[in-house]
Design a binder for this molecule. Sequence first.
Ligand SMILES: Nc1ncnc2c1ncn2[C@@H]1O[C@H](COP(=O)(O)OP(=O)(O)OP(=O)(O)O)[C@@H](O)[C@H]1O
Length: 277
Amino acid sequence: MRQARWSLNGYRAVHDTARPIVRAVDLTVTYESGPALDRVSFEVYKGERLAVVGPNGAGKSTLFKVIAGILQPTAGRIEIYGGVPGEHICVAYVPQRSVVDWRFPVTVYDVVMMGRVGRIGLLRRPGREDHQKVQQALARVGLSDFVSRQIAQLSGGQQQRMFLARALAQEAELMLLDEPFTGLDLPSQNDLLDLLERLQREGITLMISLHDLNLAAQHFTRVMLLNRSLIALGSPQEVLNTQTLLAAYGGQLHILSEQVGQVVLGDTCCDGGEHGA
Ligand SMILES: Nc1ncnc2c1ncn2[C@@H]1O[C@H](COP(=O)(O)OP(=O)(O)OP(=O)(O)O)[C@@H](O)[C@H]1O
């Protein structure tokens, strides 16, 4: 298995940095309400697992929507596989579960088949290969027994795995997962982490937004810290330190220890120093 290493040179040695699959240069998105992303520049490489962290309203979902081609940048440039966002069928955006209307009367199978739409076209019926891809995707996420289940009857972890199956049916090579861990209990979180590790081993590139900094520190190869502008990007050790976290979270942060993997967010005001462990 290819391992990412943490010096910049080491990182370059294991990823093809000559051809990033996402390249953003001074990416800026401004809504009527104000700026959501401000001159953000970064690259993402094939096969990496990148955590995107930052406080509420930092621009994480906005970033994913721009990469997926759902939103246009106000200024700056973004290239996906060297082209414009939206033209690549192999990019899948998985929204936050909280924005989905789970009462909608569709089955798990129907939702996963939606992943095939870009390949079969809207007005054609799915063929044998499409049904095979859906069955395989459901098997890969462990939902083969749930094909006829209404989506309203799924647990949070199953909902998340269904969305991953949809992305797999789409044959996505870059998956943008918006807060997939939110609301999951620990066993479901661990199942999801195992699944994501497997997908990464198969060569799928993962960009995942999350709020749990400990999870980012322990399970991700690189971390992007955002708060409208890019605060830091690098290994968890490089990014998750007192200075950068205070720059992003300000007084919302309660740091228990400077050791990576022991950072917690709380409502305790932090006035620039650390609180003892
Ligand atoms: N469609 C929209 N119209 C206007 N403002 C928006 C829109 N979508 C997001 N915003 C604003 O843009 C900013 C960034 O929002 P975004 O959802 O990208 O942040 P986020 O980091 O994903 O937040 P969270 O962690 O709370 O999901 C916020 O201030 C938000 O209110």
